[in-house]
Ligand binder design. Structure first.
Ligand code: GDP
Length: 299
């Protein structure tokens, strides 16, 4: 855990640099100070709406005071407030097996890797799993998933190349029910250049799952690449409108991502961040905890 935290912290070092307000201690909190603070928050990908709110609150609380440790703690508190009410890493489960998680996201976001990490995590917690590779147009993704599935000792349902994704979902649901499996994780396609087609396909998969396993999917998790900043928000909007996501897995926070992106996602989409990806390995998935996360954005 400590290793993971270190990696994640290293990835967010750039945000910590932006949030190193120590050099500002002693400055008067006037308009020019607020402008500087605003610029830092925007650079950290916090997003315009959340930044405006934080600046207003700081103005109210600190007008004509001098910047000190209290101001830093105040900003931390605001960020935590904007991120709160997530149950760290807790996913909804079905009263009657199987629980179904539908995973969406554009290609390259880290969807396949995140599914593998999630599957491993749920397996380690004692669950039996079936994975459904519904991205039948990208054979490489299904191959990759198959490698991960083998490694994690879980079953994978996949169709022939170009097969109807909904029929793969159908088979996977039937198999999960027939075998009394605990959790079914459904991977989906993620090509954005055929947006309408993609969204229709996702809806079709969702409908099949709903029909075969009433009350499911229990979570629709959207995988977003943290290094995509505000672009990730636009993707989230498209997916949420179409299939109604329930939570986010925010990936690549060990890389060049700026930590504020978590706040922007949470604020603009009102979606809880369930997990964060902090590396390419199978163990590099962490439950998202607002307190720990915000603290790690500061030196
Ligand atoms: P997909 O196209 O959305 O299924 O994306 P993949 O799962 O194939 O991931 C795309 C690339 O991002 C791969 O090289 C992964 O190893 C990498 N990747 C995924 N998640 C993370 C992460 O949390 N951190 C880092 N550094 N790389 C990641």
């Amino acid at each position: 855990i400590k290793g993971l935290f270190e990696r994640f912290k290293k990835g967010l070092a750039r945000t910590a640099q932006l949030f190193n307000f120590r050099t500002w201690f002693g400055r008067k909190v006037d308009q020019s100070f607020l402008d500087d603070l605003e610029a830092r928050l925007i650079q950290a990908d916090v997003g315009v709406a959340a930044t405006t709110r934080i600046i207003d609150r700081v103005r109210e609380a600190f007008a004509d005071k001098t910047a000190d440790e209290n101001l830093v703690n105040f900003v931390k508190g605001e960020l935590k407030g904007l991120l709160e009410d997530t149950t760290p890493g807790v996913l909804a489960t079905a009263a009657k097996k199987p629980t179904v998680y539908l995973i969406a996201g554009v290609n390259g976001s880290g969807k396949t890797t995140s599914i593998a990490k999630l599957a491993q995590r749920l397996k380690d917690q004692g669950n039996t799993l079936v994975l459904a590779a519904c991205d039948t147009f990208r054979a490489a993704a299904a191959d990759q998933l198959e490698i991960w599935a083998k490694r994690a000792g879980t079953e994978l349902v996949r169709g022939a190349s170009g097969a109807d994704p909904a029929s793969v979902a159908h088979d996977a649901c039937q198999r999960a029910v027939a075998r009394g499996i605990d959790i079914l994780i459904v991977d989906t396609a993620g090509r954005l250049h055929t947006q309408t087609h993609l969204m229709r396909e996702l809806e079709k998969i969702r409908n099949v799952i709903q029909r075969l396993i009433p009350g499911s999917p229990h979570e629709v998790l959207l995988v977003l690449d943290g290094t995509n900043g505000q672009n990730a928000i636009r993707q989230a909007e498209v997916f949420t409108k179409s299939i109604g996501c329930t939570g986010v897995i925010l990936t690549k926070l060990d890389g060049t991502a700026k930590g504020g992106v978590a706040v922007a996602v949470r604020q603009s989409m009102k979606l809880p961040i369930k997990f964060i990806g902090v590396g390419e390995g199978i163990e590099d998935l962490q439950p998202f905890d607002a307190d720990t996360f915000v603290e790690s954005l500061f030196e």
